[in-house]
Design a protein. Structure first.
Length: 363
């Protein structure tokens, strides 16, 4: 019998196209090591995105595929994750303690962007990432309630605020610093300054992904984010409704203009299923998010139903990812989370984190 070659193993591995990377693992440079010892094959795979449950399924499928090769007595596939920092806008310094910032935006209010942000953060955490949440909506902060968090942040050095931790998510919001019913009657410059302070004066602890829940629109806050904050990618949330899509397109084009990659589009409230009879109805129209993604050549990340439970869960401070982690809606959020970070993992890496700042002083 001919001796098993590395090429045979690689050829078998190339037959598996990862559903989130949308390419084979050899092409994605995810194969870190192939060891062949007689009839024993060992493969080490390293993914650039959190995929705890997906990695187990991948390992099982590839083990079965390799075991079917002639000359293979046993196959062992190990899948690990290593999350890197990825490139951001030029001339913007990285944030200490944060590898990647992902902005979640919508052109229009009322499309469920904050709910998607909270569950996206929780889904990434459940898949093995260290996650932070910055509530960038100064006028209407909602993440403290959605994450079931409260209290005022502490400081250990008098300079940096310690993030509030809830459900293993590090978070910061103006909502922790003012009373819930106190209106923020601030002009634009004060809002943008507050946003910068919340981000840069929080002691983030080794965060792989910082989710930034943006207010709706394309105003001062979004411009500050684009010009002064290192954003690795953006996610656009919309409903299928034409008026929401019109504004979502503006948000997408804004990120394109400031050279922030749009990782994809999430369609929320895509279908309503009657809890009594099971009748399905597209209340806000159908397929708008997919058409928008196709039009602008970005990924369609997934669609979420109009479901009373999603609203009730976040209002009670127990988001769906916490309340029903094994349910069908949580599965959709996990799927979206993997797609977002898999897209990001294929972007160029940022090595600024790896080098110290060099200061030349004239003494």
């Amino acid at each position: 019998m001919a001796e098993l070659s590395q090429l045979q193993v690689e050829t078998a591995l190339k037959e598996y196209v990862d559903p989130f990377l949308e390419r084979d693992l050899v092409d994605a440079k995810a194969i870190k090591d192939i060891t062949i010892d007689g009839g024993q094959v060992s493969v080490q795979i390293q993914l650039g995105f959190p995929a705890k449950s997906h990695g187990e399924q991948m390992a099982a499928q590839l083990t079965e595929k390799l075991s079917a090769l002639d000359g293979v007595d046993s196959a062992d596939v190990q899948v690990t994750t290593k999350i890197a920092a990825h490139t951001t806008q030029q001339g913007v310094e990285p944030i200490k303690g944060v590898k990647n910032i992902i902005a979640v935006a919508s052109g229009k209010g009322g499309v469920g962007k904050s709910t998607v942000s909270a569950n996206l953060a929780l889904a990434l955490s459940s898949e093995g990432a260290r996650v932070g949440m910055l509530d960038a909506d100064i006028y209407g902060p909602s993440q403290p309630r959605m994450l079931g968090a409260g209290g005022q942040p502490d400081t250990t050095d008098g300079k940096l605020l310690e993030p509030i931790v809830s459900y293993n998510i590090q978070s910061m919001s103006i909502g922790y610093l003012v009373d819930e019913e106190t209106p923020m009657i601030w002009r634009g410059p004060m809002v943008t300054q507050a946003l910068e302070q919340l981000l840069k004066e929080t002691n983030w602890q080794d965060v792989d992904y910082l989710i930034v829940d943006l207010p709706p629109g394309t105003g001062d806050t979004q411009l500050t984010l684009a010009q002064k904050i290192p954003v690795s990618g953006a996610v656009i949330v919309t409903t299928p409704q034409d008026i929401a899509l019109l504004d979502a397109r503006k948000g997408l084009k804004m990120f394109e203009k400031v050279q922030v990659p749009v990782l994809g589009v999430v369609e929320n409230m895509s279908i309503y299923v009657c809890s009594k009879c099971g009748h399905e109805e597209h209340i806000f129209g159908a397929g708008g998010g997919q058409r928008m993604a196709d039009q602008y050549n970005v990924a369609f990340l997934g669609s979420l139903p109009l479901d009373t439970a999603i609203r009730e869960d976040t209002d009670s401070g127990h988001p769906t990812m916490v309340k029903d982690p094994d349910g069908p809606i949580a599965a959709v959020f996990r799927d979206i989370a993997r797609r977002v970070t898999a897209k990001l993992s294929l972007q160029a890496k940022d090595y600024k984190h790896a080098f110290p700042s060099i200061v030349i002083a004239n003494d």
